[in-house]
Design a protein around this ligand. Structure first.
Ligand code: IMP
Ligand code: MG
Length: 174
């Protein structure tokens, strides 16, 4: 039997996302922001973050698969859905659910840099710094969390638990 323990409540998440939105609004004084949601884990974070901004961001979506169905990385990164819009000259904000090994974001940043955006920044709701294998500069971090497997608010285990409003630690998922 698997069990869930609440790590971050809906209220904590919502309050922090609003703070992150205010930071982003402050840092990007002019022009637009091209927000790139990394599917599917960042979908709820993206929609809440976008709605917390006092501007009119472009919303774009990218599918990346780096994990198989379980909890361990396959070490392989694959683009399963590319962006809809050109990013040349754009201020890109990559919106990611969690930075773990850093493999996904390291790959993605290199890929997007080749398309000549004006700037690239990363907003990640969660960061597990202890697990890092590749360097990634994360400009906006919601919460630094310990090395536990978490689900909810978009994060899944084998496609389950994404719609939980809280973020929970998943124990013994077998
Ligand atoms: P990384 O490439 O190892 O940094 O992994 C990033 C991706 O792995 C995230 O976008 C998530 O989809 C997934 N991931 C990493 N840690 C967790 C976790 O604790 N719960 C659910 N998914 C996770
Ligand atoms: Mg996932």
């Amino acid at each position: 039997m698997s069990s869930l323990r609440v790590l971050l409540t809906e209220e904590q998440i919502q309050a922090r996302v609003r703070e992150m939105g205010a930071e982003i609004d402050r840092d990007y004084p002019d022009g637009n922001v091209h927000m790139v949601c990394i599917l599917k884990g960042a979908c709820f974070f993206m929609t809440d973050l976008a709605r917390s901004l006092h501007r009119d961001p472009l919303l774009d979506f990218m599918g990346i698969s780096s994990y198989g169905k379980g909890k361990t990385s396959s070490g392989e990164v694959k683009v399963t859905k590319d962006l809809d819009f050109s990013v040349e000259g754009a201020d890109l904000l990559i919106v990611e659910d969690i930075v773990d090994s850093g493999v996904t974001l390291n790959y993605l940043i290199n890929l997007l840099e080749q398309r000549k955006p004006r700037s690239i920044r990363v907003a990640a709701l969660l960061d597990k710094p202890d697990r890092r294998q590749r360097p990634v500069e994360v400009c906006y971090v919601g919460f630094r969390i310990p090395d536990e497997f978490v689900v909810g608010y978009g994060l899944d285990y084998a496609e389950h638990y994404r719609n939980l409003r809280d973020i929970c630690i998943l124990d013994q998922p077998y």
